[in-house]
Design a protein around this ligand. Structure first.
Ligand code: AMP
Ligand code: MG
Length: 412
């Protein structure tokens, strides 16, 4: 098959993302259990944040018109965080003209007061406070609703909840959220040569490593995992596994058996049990990749080579599963760095070489992890980024700018 039949990655990605539907089943969870879940509906703020005008400084609250530099005012009382002026009943809750109120950060601004002068700009002599500056109206005051106004959309549906969103929800008093149910994903490895870890190897056999990588990435995605283990290159056993995935899972991810080898039954089975698109992708590593469906179960066939399996999962399956899970899919962050050394590259495919990215006083610099053979796992384990080399690019010389993609949350 000529190079022209190779499918560009963004085309494949676009086709998957426009084909795949998002889940619609929802459940309601307390926010303590909602980390990593995807919001089913937008979050509309039920309140203003902050809920009342309050002081951004330790100092004195007063009416700005009462003070020109050097003036003094009578101390009326105090306002502490959680204890507004007048809460003790000793004084009124209004800051009177000609008076000031001792106030601490976060305390409610007393009615009547319109600014805060910080304590460094005040001198106390008994109950008389002298100010060394003239304040501006509103200074050092955090206004009610200035962060979030009641009724504003604070988070969109499709947001995956991280440690950044949970305290925001809590600040709005939201105790429970409606989220999409987790995806249920089946996985299996295929190949007669594969043995599980913990068993001895006969000549010609290797350990099944892909399932551990795929499983770990699925765990990061917080899906429910149905691990179907190692399936030999045997059509009947593969059929049974595919049928089980079709009954029980939203998606099936296989590794191996999608190239054109004789023992590759995946294709036949998918044609029989569902629909299949076999793609030769214009990427390296990871040329063979299959996408299809078994009725309602989506199918992703990763190449068997360990590095290819990881890279195609990260680049293609991760966004596809995010889409299925109802998450808003965003492209990965890419940066420009200087190649510290020459990089081998032939035109024709988009390369995802594995690199080590470092910040130096002169900017970002990236070097290769060594052999980029798709079976060499150390090239991935020592890396912290992809060096993304454009399809038509040839050899890269030391000092040339290259695009890098720091590993995202799946590979970190
Ligand atoms: P295949 O895609 O089945 O032709 O496999 C391509 C290469 O990847 C072969 O060298 C396989 O032995 C290897 N391979 C396939 N599956 C796995 C796996 N689960 N773990 C490690 N290596 C694998
Ligand atoms: Mg195989």
């Amino acid at each position: 098959m000529g190079q022209s039949a190779l499918r560009p990655l963004d085309e494949a990605l676009h086709e998957m993302l426009t084909t795949l539907p998002a889940l619609t089943d929802t459940l309601t969870l307390p926010i303590e259990q909602a980390l990593g879940r995807v919001l089913a509906v937008p979050i509309i703020s039920p309140m203003d944040v902050p809920p009342f005008d309050n002081s951004a400084m330790d100092g004195y609250a007063l009416r700005s018109a009462d003070v020109v530099a050097g003036d003094s005012l009578l101390l009326q009382g105090r306002a502490l965080a959680g204890h507004p002026l007048g809460c003790e009943g000793a004084y009124g809750s209004v800051c009177e003209a000609g008076h000031c109120v001792r106030i601490m950060t976060g305390a409610a601004l007393p009615e009547g007061a319109d600014c805060v002068i910080m304590q460094e700009e005040a001198q106390a002599d008994g109950n008389r406070i002298t100010f060394t500056t003239k304040p501006a109206t509103g200074q050092h005051v955090r206004r009610r609703g200035e962060d979030i106004a009641r009724g504003a959309e604070v988070l969109a549906a499709g947001t995956r909840l991280t440690p950044r969103e949970l305290p925001l929800l809590a600040s709005l008093g939201i105790a429970r959220v409606q989220v999409l149910r987790p995806l249920r994903v089946a996985l299996l490895s295929t190949g007669d040569e594969l043995k599980p870890v913990g068993t001895p190897l006969a000549h010609g056999e290797i350990y099944d490593s892909n399932r551990y990588g795929v499983r770990a990435m699925l765990e990061r995605l917080q899906v429910e995992i149905l691990d179907l283990g190692i399936i030999p290159d045997d059509p009947e056993q593969l059929r049974a596994a595919f049928l089980r995935a079709r009954r029980e899972a939203d998606a099936l991810i296989t590794s191996g058996g999608v190239s054109v080898g004789e023992a590759d039954y995946t294709k036949q089975l998918l044609e029989e049990l569902g629909e299949i698109g076999f793609w030769k992708l214009a990427i390296k590593p990871g040329k063979p990749f299959a996408f299809g469906r078994l009725e309602q179960t989506w199918f992703f066939g990763l190449p068997g080579n360990p590095v290819s399996a990881m890279v195609t999962f990260d680049q293609l399956v991760r966004p596809a599963l995010a889409r299925l899970a109802g998450e808003t899919v965003r492209p990965p962050l890419r940066l420009t760095a200087t190649a510290a050394e020459g990089l081998k590259k032939a035109p024709g495919r988009l390369d995802f070489q594995r690199g080590i990215l470092e910040s130096t006083p002169t900017g970002l610099v990236v070097r290769s992890t060594g052999s980029q053979d798709s079976g060499v796992f150390s090239s991935l384990s020592r890396a912290n980024c992809y060096i993304v080399l454009e399809r038509e690019r040839g050899q890269v010389a030391a000092g040339e700018p290259v695009t890098v993609e720091p590993f995202g949350s799946l590979l970190q």
